[in-house]
Design a protein around this ligand. Structure first.
Ligand code: PGA
Length: 256
């Protein structure tokens, strides 16, 4: 059974001191549970204060929102995997649609980022998803499949053991218009089938596939009711401790 995973993608929100206050609040609201895993992905500048606020044996894991593929060097403004590991990160989000659309990231960059993360023991959370134009043209599956093959090609089954896939339809992100559970399930099934065809059924059934795009305390229960959906990548609703705690609570009971 795949353990549900909830990832809070803070995007460019919260200073280091706001992060510490938020985490103290969240910790009081969320009891530890073996039935779901929770990752917080603050901006780079707040990772250290988040780590301090979490304390040494926290229920929450830390993640970053991006990583460069090289370990060090003349890459102004970038942050490497060893730097993130040193700050206590265990996860990193790669290929988010905002990185693709606003910062020109293409599959070949994302593939290098996935590989860099794996080399250094960080678990990549790989984002894929179609635009509204692609969906309306009936191209959802082919777009998502092309993104997967462009970023995961050549990885071993061992590599894939620590990869998480997040299906995030671009039209659902930050719009308040989440995909329906049926729409998400259809794509999640095609992703699992792609993994089975490209690797094997063991890999396909073990990999976690999250849904992301306007996840809220109101729609999380329905999404997690499907055994095709292994958790959520949450943007807007993760910034409010009450909403995020509610989402986590649903995940903790979904497969308990
Ligand atoms: P949203 O963002 O929950 O605000 O739609 C999700 C994401 O971009 O990961």
């Amino acid at each position: 059974m795949r353990r549900p995973l909830i990832v809070g993608n803070w995007k460019m929100n919260k200073t280091a001191s706001e992060a510490a206050a938020f985490i103290r609040d969240l910790r009081e609201r969320v009891p530890a549970s073996p039935h779901a895993e929770v990752v917080l992905a603050p901006p780079f500048t707040a990772i250290e204060s988040a780590r301090n606020a979490l304390g040494p044996s926290s229920y929450f894991s830390l993640g970053a929102q991006n990583v460069h593929w090289e370990t060090h060097g003349a890459f102004t403004g970038e942050v490497s995997a060893p730097m993130l590991c040193d700050l206590g990160c265990r996860y990193v989000i790669v290929g988010h649609s905002e990185r693709r659309a606003l910062f020109g990231e293409r599959d070949e960059h994302i593939q290098m980022k996935v590989r860099a993360a794996l080399r250094h023991g960080l678990s990549p959370i790989l984002c894929v998803g179609e635009s509204l134009v692609h969906r309306e043209a009936g191209r959802t599956e082919s777009v998502v499949t092309a993104q997967l093959s462009g970023t995961l090609e050549g990885l071993t089954t061992q590599d894939l053991a620590t990869v998480t896939i997040a299906y995030e339809p671009v039209w659902a992100i930050g719009t308040g218009r989440a995909a329906t559970t049926e729409q998400a399930v259809t794509v999640h099934r095609s992703i699992r089938l792609f993994m089975e065809t490209g690797w094997d059924s063991k890999t396909a059934s073990a990999i976690r596939i999250l849904y992301g795009g306007s996840v809220t305390p109101q729609n999380i229960e329905s999404l997690l009711a499907s055994d095709s959906i292994d958790g959520a990548l949450v943007g807007g609703a993760c910034l409010d401790p009450d909403s995020f705690a509610t989402i986590i609570e649903f995940a903790q009971t979904a497969r308990a």
